[in-house]
Design a protein around this ligand. Structure first.
Ligand code: HEC
Length: 403
């Protein structure tokens, strides 16, 4: 058994299964009426949850937990066999008792952690919420956390605790639903003293979720500016897209498994459409092409799908870590699972010097996110970039999925 569990290839599927089982348990509890609602979504009814984000880092504990689960499962099977097979009942029961007794459960403090009712809640990340979150962040949070989220706001120096930077691994180590809870209820030091005020009553649930979406943009943009890559994986934000003169539809309705290339259109001429991806054209607010113009592009074989949600340009510029004024000509690629992965700067239409901003970690689940120049192989740079992105999918983000 332990030979099977050496190496880390098993870790991601194991943690994925644990996480899925935990979320499933939550929905069963809700369906049975054991758990009520909290902030408009099903509540997690227990004070503890599996610390999947810790297990991800400590493979030793994860391995021990897997063995303990296997031994306990084996004990249950032996006990059931004992019930069925009368002749061998005593031997089977004894074996079951032994297996249960020797199940090597690690100390619970190593694999359980405090939960809150909103632990497993999330909301969709969208262009609209990013814009809303930016406005509320500026008003409520920037004084302490700083305009760029690095914890250097004007009030930071006056606080007992320095606010942490979000431009780093922090958000990747936390469940969204727990950040939500902390923002609403505040944070406290061990001695009970408040370190961060709570915003319940001041911010609505929707506003709080929106600010958390904006924090992801600050994290991504800051990491890109530092040349470190995105410290957390960033999904393609939800938005409405209009292709040619067809009615606008949600981006999510595009065939799943499709790569998306977002292009901040410089001037009026869109690039050619390319079968390797679906192109999403970004225009500044107020500068959207008329549907008839986009229909002409489509007829020429040019890209003709335009992001029509207000704020799309600003949201993508923020994620790329580029000033919105200087964003024209930039491109971003999202992989087949909808994670944004790479960026090409203006003046690099062929992706010759593109940066992979979200790199996958090895199966051990170490946090990736270091930016990397894409090596120039024999094939063209864009093809090697796409191959690398496909070969290294984003896995496991915060007890949901970390890359
Ligand atoms: C009065 C200053 C202040 C304001 C205003 C403030 N924070 Fe904080 N924030 C802090 C401090 C200090 C900490 C660190 C607290 C600690 O570790 O105990 C913190 C921690 C955090 C964390 C990290 C939580 C974690 O799990 O480690 C997040 C996220 C956060 N704040 C978000 C926000 C958001 C969003 C707002 C605005 C709605 C906000 N903060 C407003 C001071 C502030």
């Amino acid at each position: 058994m332990s030979a099977l569990l050496s190496g880390n290839a098993w870790l991601n599927p194991f943690l994925g299964a644990l996480q899925a089982a935990q979320v499933e348990l939550g929905s069963v509890a809700h369906a049975l009426g054991i758990a009520g609602d909290s902030h408009g979504q099903p509540a997690w009814p227990w004070p503890k949850r599996l610390a999947v984000e810790v297990l991800l880092i400590d493979a030793g504990v994860a391995r021990q937990l897997a063995l303990a689960l296997a031994a306990t499962g084996g004990a249950l099977l032996l006990a059931v066999a004992g019930l069925v097979w009368r002749g061998r009942r005593i031997a089977l029961f004894a074996a079951a008792a032994l297996a249960a007794w020797f199940a090597p459960w690690p100390d619970t403090s190593l694999w359980l952690t405090d939960a809150v009712p909103t632990s497993f809640q999330t909301t969709p990340f969208s262009v609209e919420t990013i814009a809303l979150g930016a406005a509320h962040y500026a008003r409520e949070c920037a004084a302490c956390h700083g305009d760029t989220g690095r914890g250097d706001g004007p009030r930071a120096g006056t606080l007992v605790h320095w606010p942490p930077t979000v431009v780093g691994p922090l958000l990747g180590h936390r469940l969204d639903g727990e950040l939500f809870w902390r923002v609403l209820h505040g944070m406290h030091a061990r001695d009970g003293a408040q370190t961060m005020p709570g915003f319940e009553g001041r911010l609505s649930d929707a506003q709080t979720w929106a600010i958390l979406d904006y924090l992801k943009v600050l994290a991504a943009g800051g990491g890109a500016q530092d040349g470190e890559g995105w410290p957390v994986p960033v999904a393609l934000p939800a938005l409405d897209v209009r292709c040619g003169d067809a009615p606008a539809v949600p981006l999510a309705s595009w065939r799943a498994g499709q790569r998306v290339r977002a292009v901040a259109v410089d001037g009026r001429a869109p690039p050619l459409e390319d079968p390797r991806w679906q192109t999403l054209l970004l225009f500044r607010d107020g500068a959207l092409p008329a549907p008839s113009e986009a229909a002409r592009w489509a007829a020429n074989g040019d890209a003709s799908c335009v992001a029509v949600s207000p704020g799309a340009w600003t949201a993508f510029a923020g994620i790329a870590g580029v000033n919105a004024q200087a964003f024209a000509g930039s491109q971003l690629i999202a992989d087949r699972d909808g994670w944004l992965r790479a960026e090409a700067k203006p003046g690099d239409p062929a992706w010759a010097n593109a940066a992979l901003l979200c790199t996958a970690a090895d199966a051990g689940g170490e946090r990736g996110g270091r930016g990397g120049r894409v090596s120039r192989g024999r094939s063209d740079p864009l093809t090697s970039l796409l191959l690398r992105i496909d070969a290294e999918p984003v896995r496991y983000v915060k007890g949901g999925y970390v890359h």
